[in-house]
Design a protein around this ligand. Structure first.
Ligand SMILES: [Zn+2]
Length: 97
C-alpha cells in the first residue's frame, strides 16, 4: 500500500467514514470523519491509513467498559419477557374465548 496515498471521501476505517478528502491542518494531513455513533471528529490521515484510529474514541471506551463487565450483560434486558408476552398472545388467540 502506498503510505502517502490521498484519503478520499467515503472511506470507511473501522467505525469512521470520511466526509471529505484529507486536507492539511498545521503540519499534518487530517480528514473529517463521522463515527458510527454519530460523532464528528477530525482524524489524522496517517492514523486512518495505518488503522491506528478506528473510531471517535467510543470503541476504546466500549472495549474498556466491556472488559469490566461479565458476559451476562450482553443479553438484552427484556428479551425474555417479550418472548413470553408473544407466547401468551398466541395462546390467547388459539384458546381464547
Ligand atoms: Zn464513536
Amino acid at each position: 500500500m502506498h503510505n502517502n496515498k490521498m484519503i478520499e471521501a467515503g472511506v470507511r476505517v473501522g467505525r469512521l467514514v470520511t466526509l471529505g478528502p484529507q486536507y492539511k491542518l498545521g503540519d499534518a494531513y487530517v480528514c473529517d470523519c463521522r463515527c458510527d455513533c454519530g460523532k464528528l471528529k477530525t482524524i489524522r490521515a496517517n492514523n486512518l491509513r495505518s488503522g491506528a484510529t478506528k473510531s471517535c474514541g467510543c470503541l476504546l471506551k466500549e472495549l474498556r467498559e466491556g472488559a469490566m463487565r461479565s458476559s451476562a450483560n450482553q443479553r438484552q434486558p427484556g428479551a425474555c419477557s417479550l418472548v413470553a408476552g408473544i407466547a401468551r398472545e398466541d395462546q390467547v388467540a388459539a384458546y381464547g374465548p
